[in-house]
Design a protein around this ligand. Sequence first.
Ligand code: SF4
Length: 278
Amino acid sequence: MDYLSKKYLRSRKIPSTACSGCGLGLNHKAVVQAVYELGLEVEDVVWGTSIGCAGRQTFGTWKGDGFAGTHGRVYAIARGLRLTLPPEKKIILTVGDGDAFGIGLLHLIHASRCNADMTIIVNDNLGYMSTGGQYGWTTPHGSKTDSSPYGMYEHNLMSDGMDVLGVLKHAGATFLARHVAMDGQRAVESIKKGIQNRGLSLIHMVFPCPTNFGSRELGTRDTVKIYEWIENQAAPLGQEKENTVWATGVYFDASNSRPEFSESIRKNVETIRRTAAL
Ligand code: SF4
């Protein structure tokens, strides 16, 4: 265990039970690094997790307070907590692409609409990999999965000019970024910005799944091959190539520009109390 894991994570949960070569640990490390660089302590953060590989591997790892939500519902729980927790307490959620962009999308849209202060890290393994490797709503077009043996054929949230971050921008989220797990410090900087925003922040982080995605799409679990495959199709925003699927960097930054959910509710309650007392 390195210094960061010792400081912030439960030793009995590290290393996680993720498959050998899984890129999820890189995402997890980037979040913990961002927390550290912001000077936050264990008691400053409440960490929520969801279901699937992302939720299972990060569940219970945070040394401080935490919670787990059923598939896609973690944002609703976080909104409730936001109302009860002191405003300075940070809420960080590690969820998967199913939690965020499939089953949980409606909850996520409503959390964005009201700009509830939380930082969501969407760990995207490009489909439903914890259940064996079915395609999902960010699986690149043409990719072979267990349920698309001839290639991903459905329109989804990352095809034909669609971008799920655009959906969330228009829903009201105030900080949005995208990275791949190998982005290192660039990803850490985006996560730091997200945590500092008093509102809903989401960082979409694509990571390599050698076991169920690499084995179907590339015909191999060779870790290097799946890492290269992702990296070849990622490029910083503004430097996209013809084959770029994931443009990385800050997609939208309207940090601290809209009233935050719990603040608005508290203000409204005060106004109602004052008015009612007259
Ligand atoms: S199935 Fe894929 S995403 Fe899930 S832990 Fe294994 S390598 Fe990681």
